[in-house]
Design a protein around this ligand. Structure first.
Ligand SMILES: *[C@@H]1O[C@H](CO)[C@@H](O)[C@H](O)[C@H]1NC(C)=O
Ligand SMILES: *[C@@H]1O[C@H](CO)[C@@H](O)[C@H](O)[C@H]1NC(C)=O
Ligand SMILES: *[C@@H]1O[C@H](CO)[C@@H](O)[C@H](O)[C@H]1NC(C)=O
Ligand SMILES: *[C@@H]1O[C@H](CO)[C@@H](O)[C@H](O)[C@H]1NC(C)=O
Ligand SMILES: *[C@@H]1O[C@H](CO)[C@@H](O)[C@H](O)[C@H]1NC(C)=O
Ligand SMILES: *[C@@H]1O[C@H](CO)[C@@H](O)[C@H](O)[C@H]1NC(C)=O
Ligand SMILES: *[C@@H]1O[C@H](CO)[C@@H](O)[C@H](O)[C@H]1NC(C)=O
Ligand SMILES: *[C@@H]1O[C@H](CO)[C@@H](O)[C@H](O)[C@H]1NC(C)=O
Ligand SMILES: *[C@@H]1O[C@H](CO)[C@@H](O)[C@H](O)[C@H]1NC(C)=O
Length: 623
């Protein structure tokens, strides 16, 4: 079916939003730094990356990576690194998470539990053989702290590492609990799937220093998840009801922020390319086009009342669209998916009464009953700051229509040879309360102004498709007039795919993808100013297939991916990277900025300016 992973080896909003994406001034500094490029004499690279496990020292494992902004941590203070989890996800790992007891590190060098300046996790995975991209999620005490997808490994071994700042979960790390990691994998001789994921998770705890004190992170973090003791903890959502959990919020809570993890899976993996139902009949079902339209909204509700929404960035996994594009350079977010924040503080007069309340996470699409296909994986956490006084107050403004109904329009040429579709949606939410708490009487105001457009064009009976999507907007909240949350984002995505040669012996398909993630994010959860990220990616690739019809395999392919990345923290830290890969090899990598040594370029011996040989599978090697 179309867009299944391939293996290598309306009615509109009431208020019209203003232009809301990150301001040109904010982005100008990021573009300017990329324009100037790296300094002429870069400092020598320290080779930090080492293979996790291989007994064949003639083979260098391919370094596979998602470009990320390294965490900003204290320099020169006291710190410690501890092993948290080591597990091989192989045969029998499907729906069988690894569970490891967690206790706060007692070593003095780590700093006092709960009083850390920063906490980071290092997730390193080694795999060799053949495997699909598989999704993993990591929880501490049932709170999701990391959502990650795998590489499609090479036969000679592939290694990938990401380091994530988890300081905002300090309240969880300060207490004993269970670390649960789901990385459902399948080993199958019938399908020639032999790639095991060898996972090493370490944590680094930084004691505060005079220049880098403990940030004002939440005092309490509650799970918004299914709380299972032995299965993955996200809600797998395939209906309009979503997932609900009852929470009890202490009466002394002064601030409440919800963090949300959300990703489409199966028939929702490529939600942004899904066809509106009213136009599905224009195309033969053999094209495998999927319905329920391309617009998705993740909603958070408090006792059934809408409290805020997320219009997510589309994360493309390593098997997504054209897998040859994502080895060794992945799309942004693959190894550490972005998360989103909703301010629930205006709901505290209701939530913080000492009784149980329902928090619901659900997804709305454009189909009918349910509005989405199967399925979305959603979870979240409620970050609470506790004070001295019991909070009370009144909600004074509530403008939050139940749904951002998307408006779809389309036209077909006389012979139906070309079909053009357009989906637009706008959304404004304003929720304001007057609260009485530690700060005395003050106004808390949560506001979202979001806009969305998606243009699709189909030719050749739907075998060729263009999808051009733009999601942008600002989520902002002020407490007593000061901005405490600001998420200004713009996520342009453009996908071209050509499947005209798909249904034939030795068929093939190809694609071209442009994707940008530009986001300025300030949240009280991060407690240390704002972070600006600009990632610009261009990818182009093809995949060749064997037998038609019947069980098919990818037999060869080409893929070239280019990325420019810039990161600024309001603390002054910077990280820039200009990187490219072609046909399974690195062709370019330069890294500069103050955080360069935290995630240095790939070793020179892995840079092959002409690219690699590309993916090849021997014909006649069985299944
Ligand atoms: C690759 O995987 C196979 C089977 O899991 C294992 O026997 C072999 O040692 C691995 N090779 C390397 C280089 O890790
Ligand atoms: C991450 O951990 C791996 C092994 O567990 C180690 O080799 C690597 O140096 C670490 N990377 C960073 C940036 O800390
Ligand atoms: C998983 O947990 C559930 C709920 O506690 C329990 O009923 C079930 O037996 C457990 N399954 C396994 C395999 O431990
Ligand atoms: C185009 O497709 C629509 C929807 O299936 C159908 O109603 C219409 O008859 C088709 N037109 C032509 C010229 O095939
Ligand atoms: C929470 O949901 C349950 C189940 O639907 C319902 O019985 C209960 O009344 C709800 N609680 C509140 C406070 O809305
Ligand atoms: C959404 O807002 C944009 C920008 O203001 C506007 O151009 C567009 O027409 C709006 N769309 C709808 C459906 O109102
Ligand atoms: C991607 O961007 C390049 C350069 O702007 C452009 O030539 C190409 O047509 C774009 N491809 C897609 C699929 O939008
Ligand atoms: C799609 O691929 C076919 C076969 O390679 C080619 O003939 C056709 O021109 C392509 N279509 C587009 C729009 O690029
Ligand atoms: C893939 O293999 C097929 C069948 O041997 C061949 O026709 C095609 O040219 C190959 N494509 C690439 C990109 O190597």
């Amino acid at each position: 079916m179309r867009y299944l992973q391939t293996l290598l080896t309306a009615s509109v909003a009431i208020l019209v939003p203003a232009r809301t994406q990150p301001s040109s001034e904010e982005l100008a500094v990021l573009y300017a730094a990329l324009e100037v490029g790296p300094p002429e004499h870069p400092t020598p690279t320290v080779e930090r990356r080492v293979p996790l496990s291989t007994d064949d020292d003639t083979v260098t494992p391919l370094i596979d990576l998602q470009v990320y902004a390294p965490p900003v941590v204290p320099q020169g203070g006291s710190k410690c690194t501890v092993d948290l989890l080591k597990h091989d996800f192989g045969d029998g790992s499907y729906n069988n998470p690894a569970i490891a007891a967690y206790t706060p590190p007692p070593d003095k060098a780590c700093g006092q539990p709960g009083n850390w300046a920063a906490v980071t996790l290092n997730l390193t995975v080694y795999s060799n053989g053949t495997q699909y991209d598989r999704l993993s999620s990591l929880y501490l005490s049932h709170v999701e702290v990391w959502r990650h997808s795998s590489a499609e490994p090479t036969k000679t071994g592939t290694i990938w590492t990401s380091v994530k700042d988890v300081t905002h979960y300090s309240a969880l790390f300060a207490k004993s609990g269970d670390l649960l990691m789901d990385f459902s994998n399948i080993i199958s001789a019938d399908y020639a799937l032999d790639g095991v994921f060898h996972v090493t998770l370490t944590g680094t705890f930084y004691a505060p220093t005079t220049v880098f004190p403990k940030p004002a992170v939440a005092d309490l973090v509650l799970p918004i998840s299914n709380l299972s003791p032995n299965q993955t903890n996200f809600f797998a959502i395939d209906n309009d009801a979503g997932g609900t959990v009852a929470v009890t919020v202490p009466r002394r809570a002064q601030q409440a922020f919800l963090e949300v993890y959300a990703s489409g899976n199966s028939a929702e993996e490529f939600w942004y390319l899904n066809t509106p139902d009213e136009f599905l009949s224009y195309f033969p079902s053999s094209t495998g086009l999927i319905g329920k339209g391309p617009f998705r909204e993740v909603q958070a509700l408090v006792d059934g009342k809408l409290a805020g929404v997320v219009w997510p960035h589309a994360v493309i996994y390593t098997g997504g669209i054209t897998p040859t594009n994502w080895r060794p350079l992945t799309a942004y977010g693959t190894y550490d998916q972005p998360t989103y924040f909703i301010d629930l503080t205006p709901f505290l007069p209701v939530l913080a009464d000492g009784a149980e309340h329902n928090i619901t996470l659900r997804v709305r699409g454009q189909g009918e009953d349910p509005t989405i296909n199967s399925d979305w994986f959603i979870s979240g956490s409620l970050h609470l700051w506790l004070g001295k006084t019991e909070v009370s107050g009144t909600m004074t403004t509530y403008i939050a229509p139940t749904d951002a109904l998307a408006a779809t329009s389309g036209r077909a040429s006389a012979d139906n040879a070309t079909v053009r579709l357009s989906v637009v949606a706008n959304r404004s939410i304003v929720i304001e309360s007057v609260l009485h708490g530690d700060q005395g009487k003050h106004v808390v105001r949560f506001e979202q102004r979001l806009s969305y457009s998606n243009e699709q064009k189909y030719v050749s009976d739907g075998w060729v498709q263009w999808g051009v999507q733009l999601t942008e907007g600002t989520t902002q909240s002020t407490h007593g007039g000061s901005v405490v949350l600001r998420d200004a984002f713009s996520y342009p995505l453009s996908v071209f795919s050509n499947y005209t040669l798909y249904e034939m012996q030795f068929g093939a398909y190809g694609s071209a993808i442009n994707q940008t993630y530009s986001r300025v994010l300030q949240t009280p959860a991060f407690a240390r100013g704002s972070r600006s990220i600009l990632s610009i990616q261009h990818a182009k690739g093809t995949v060749g297939l064997d037998d038609w019809p019947g069980l098919r395999h990818a037999i060869n392919g080409t893929g070239a991916t280019d990325q420019k990345f810039a990161f600024h923290s309001s603390t002054g830290a910077t990280y820039y990277r200009s990187i490219a890969a072609k046909n399974d090899a690195w062709t370019r990598d330069s890294v500069w900025g103050s955080l360069r040594d935290e995630a240095p370029p790939v070793p020179k011996e892995q840079i092959k300016p002409g690219g690699g040989p590309g993916f090849r599978r021997e014909l006649g090697t069985g299944v």
